[in-house]
Design a protein around this ligand. Sequence first.
Ligand code: ADP
Ligand code: MG
Length: 620
Amino acid sequence: MALLQIAEPGQSPKPHQRRLAVGIDLGTTNSLVAALRSGVTAPLADAAGEVILSSAVRYHADRVEVGRAAKQAASSDPLNTILSVKRLMGRGVGDVMQLGGQLPYRFSEGESQMPFIETVQGPKSPVEISAEILRALRERAEAVLGGELVGAVITVPAYFDDAQRQATKDAARLANLNVLRLLNEPTAAAVAYGLDRQAEGVVAIYDLGGGTFDISILRLTKGVFEVLATGGDTALGGDDFDHAIAGWILGQAGASADLAPGAQREVLKLACDAKERLTTEDTVELSYAGWQGVLTRDTFHDLIDPLIARSLKSCRRALRDSAVELDEVHAVVMVGGSTRVPRVRELVGEMFGREPLTDIDPDEVVAIGAAIQAETLAGNNRDGEELLLLDVIPLSLGLETMGGLMEKVIPRNTTIPVARAQEFTTYKDGQSAMMIHVLQGERELIADCRSLARFELRGIPPMVAGAAKIRVTFQVDADGLLSVSARELASGVEASIQVKPSYGLTDGEIARMLEDSFQKAGEDKAARALREQQVDAQRLLEAVEAALAVDGDRLLDEEERDAIKVQMQALRELLDSPDGIAIERQIKRLSQITDAFAARRLDSTVKAALAGRQLNDIEE
Ligand code: ADP
Ligand code: MG
């Protein structure tokens, strides 16, 4: 049955005028592409009627295979079949080697510290592998929609950092896809439910997939979504439910838990089937290696309740992070295949004190939201309204300042796009260049933060220390990409850099850095105070040294000079000491003893200046 498209005259563009745009959920295990067709936004199916594309890529000598067939070859052709490539996106060789123990691939290192997987077709980067998935989705969409796409909105996890977002964009470029926007997965899910058109308030997005759990807290104000906080667990998902059931089966069957890989896959498959059946049935009958038994929902709940409890703990932490009270949350959206498990819905509902939204298929909800956003960005919307979607940065961004300290310019959880400027000054007289070191992290000392980029601002006109005004501007665009520029305000000299690190932080690193910063806050404060004393001491020593060189002989007698030198030496000896209080005391001593000298210098310069003035006046 064909449906007529109903539109008010003059309000909707005619079909042939519509610019074809799609939304893509580029997932760890599964990917989808969705678009608006005949007034309904829905996933697009392949020739066989499947909407879900397994995120699996298999390299043959002469072709590339993507999807379910590739996934099935994972055990027979492990070296050439890549699963879960999303976990490698934007990661460096070091990060990947950490995961490497569990991965069956042969890795090699590229020029830019990027990891490559050795396949029959040669080395392949995660970006290229991801591009194969995107290409398959683009071809599907063009076949179904009957034309070339103007672009796509591609979703990424809210916690994806700069490098991971950039890698996703690069993959799209390789797949010949124009990226209209990268969109956070939770935001897409909220858009799919039309929450952007509802009353203002706070929304929680609970996303439990196969291997990962993400919680995001969004606030909607005047049609604008702002991500207040994100959290989760990169090693928690439906796979863990499978493992729990598999362990139970092996225990019941009296079998050893130490299995060969093939046998392990078999029992996991059995467990996964049982889990999915328990979504609609109360009990399932099982048989394994001669053992026969029944798994009830109650037993299943005993097995998975601790896992669900872990996800709820992350939810509470995210709520705390976003400074939102539980009763402010007015909608909870369920995303990811594992939220089909009724027990998950029940416990999440209990925690938030409200029924979660489950009407839209949890596998499709992200792609659908992305497609809705793509329609708007492609300019197809009747009223031309543009939904502004705001996200947050996961870690603070800042600069190195004197003494190896991190000065935060944009604090974490700031919504993007954002631009922030801060003024800095020179440290030495006549300093003509300044190194700008861009960092990411929560700790006070740069050694504990992550270096993102360095660049130099040259051509600063010679001025006394502290007189130059250098404005450094941090800008994070809507895709979450950072650029930094520095400008000397008097001369207008400028330098800038687009920060594209060759690899990004792992989620584990982010979690660890945050944890560290909370634990070490006290320790850091002391370290910061000490560094500041050391910098002050150094600065004072240099200033006194310079003054002595110019006016020491003229304005001081020998005894005065020696007294100053003794105190200078005492301070110098304390420079590397960990005793901030001793340094502070010695700074005071040296300042006091040089006070009279400073006064005499000031006096003599004022006199000189007045003398100069009079001279000028006379000449005129
Ligand atoms: P990801 O986001 O990691 O790509 P998905 O959102 O596709 O993953 O979720 C996959 C997980 O959902 C798997 O663990 C799968 O077993 C589980 N799942 C899918 N359907 C059901 C179901 N009907 N009942 C329970 N779990 C299910
Ligand atoms: Mg998912």
